[in-house]
Design a protein around this ligand. Structure first.
Ligand SMILES: O=c1[nH]c(=O)c2nc[nH]c2[nH]1
Length: 401
């Protein structure tokens, strides 16, 4: 079920999130069905969906130059954009993503089209027109500073003018490597003046961190680059953060900025492994992202499973490391994601007053991927679903479009 029915939660039960969602099923459905909050993908490149599942043989910077920029440059063609964006919306909804934070491309009209398609399908979405004015390796894929500023303002104006209930613009500097200091300052100002969300990438890969140090020698750290340009606010979500120091995490906490953990991508591009426990200990807002197409899967259940795998690898390397529990991973995929996107007043769990963004899970479909046995209670049901489940079907109204 997705959110386009405009249902609002009016009553709730006391208890934690796991208890609450499993209690609902006893009231409404037979024993092996339950409702859970829709999942929140805090970082996904809609424009990279066409090559998801391929092109995973290079590290980040080579990967961008070889695969990503040539593909993203094609989105000046609106027919091409419509085809891919329609498919990515259907695919993410089929995977239980009721909220997504999207990177589009540098093209304003195609980015507006992504917003329109998200609205048509009833997915809650933040949509970002990508901003980048530096690209010496693939020089045809960038915009001059002035054009980038004007087009960003046009994108924001036109998207807001549509008054979509659940689709909003997000200011999107690609990352410090592909933005001049002037562009970063400009975008910081635009976000501030319009009280907008901000998204970008940070500390994904060691080579990238080194390059940022060279490009911004006056900044103390990668985090300091964004801080100095007014891009680290309580409406900012930064993807990856694998190599952030404790000092940088403290700044994230102080500013109320969030991290999107994208474990599939971090493993697939051999970028690094985020220490989620350390991020949580620093009380930094944290959600999960698929990061299609650096991550090969558009599924948030996959992101949740890779987050648990990554945490177990860290435990193998360090016996003191406290492995993520499945309940914690579940929280990251739902409420944590909504907090990371500062949308937790609207979605993320079944609290009174929030919108009813829900998935109806049936654990006893004939031929389904999970077998249940007598005496297995709510906790086992949820754990089995998270580890073994598959989302096969979602609201026919949305998907027949
Ligand atoms: O995983 C990533 N995907 C991207 O498209 C990108 N751009 C900058 N940094 C990036 N990381």
């Amino acid at each position: 079920m997705s959110s386009n029915y405009g249902l609002r939660i009016l009553v709730s039960r006391p208890g934690n999130q796991t208890q609450a969602l499993l209690a609902v099923k006893q009231q409404l459905y037979p024993p092996l069905e339950f409702l859970m909050p829709g999942m929140v993908d805090t970082h996904i490149h809609a424009s990279q969906y066409s090559y998801s599942g391929t092109a995973l043989d290079l590290p980040l910077l080579d990967w961008l130059n070889t695969y990503t920029f040539p593909v993203e440059s094609r989105y000046k063609d609106l027919d091409y954009a419509r085809n891919v964006y329609t498919k990515v919306l259907k695919r993410t909804l089929r995977n239980g993503t009721t909220t997504a934070c999207y990177f589009a491309t540098i093209h304003t009209d195609a980015s507006l089209l992504l917003g329109q398609i998200a609205d048509d399908f009833g997915q809650r979405a933040l949509v970002g027109k990508v901003c980048m004015d530096c690209n010496s390796t693939v020089p045809y894929y960038k915009e001059p500073l002035k054009e980038c500023k004007d087009e960003t303002l046009r994108f924001i104006r036109e998207l807001l003018k549509k008054e979509y209930a659940h689709v909003k613009p997000v200011v999107t500097p690609r990352f410090a490597v592909s933005c001049s200091s002037s562009l970063l300052h400009t975008l910081g100002k635009i976000a501030k003046n319009n009280d907008l969300h901000i998204q970008s990438h940070i500390s994904e890969n060691k080579e990238e961190v080194k390059l940022v140090k060279q490009l911004f020698p006056d900044c103390k750290s990668y985090t300091d680059v964004y801080l100095k340009h007014d891009l680290l606010t309580d409406k900012t979500v930064m993807a990856h953060g694998c190599y952030l120091s404790d000092e940088e995490l403290k700044i994230f906490h102080e500013r109320g900025a969030a991290i999107s953990h994208c474990p599939n991508s971090n493993l697939s591009l051999a970028s690094g492994m985020l220490n989620v426990r350390n991020v949580l200990n620093h009380k930094v807002k944290l959600g999960l992202g698929t990061d299609v197409a650096g991550g090969y899967s558009p599924s948030m259940l996959d992101a949740l499973r890779r987050a648990m795998d990554t945490s177990k690898v860290l435990s193998m390397q360090d016996a003191q490391h406290q492995t993520l529990t499945f309940e914690e991973a579940f929280r990251l995929a739902t409420l944590g994601g909504s907090e990371a996107l500062s949308l937790d007043d609207q979605t993320g769990n079944f609290e009174v007053g929030k919108d009813f963004d829900a998935l109806r899970v049936n654990m006893c479909i004939p031929g389904g991927p999970v077998d249940m046995f007598p005496g297995q209670g709510p906790k086992v049901i949820l754990e089995k679903f998270l580890n073994l489940g598959r989302i096969l079907y979602i609201c026919p109204v949305a998907l027949s479009m």
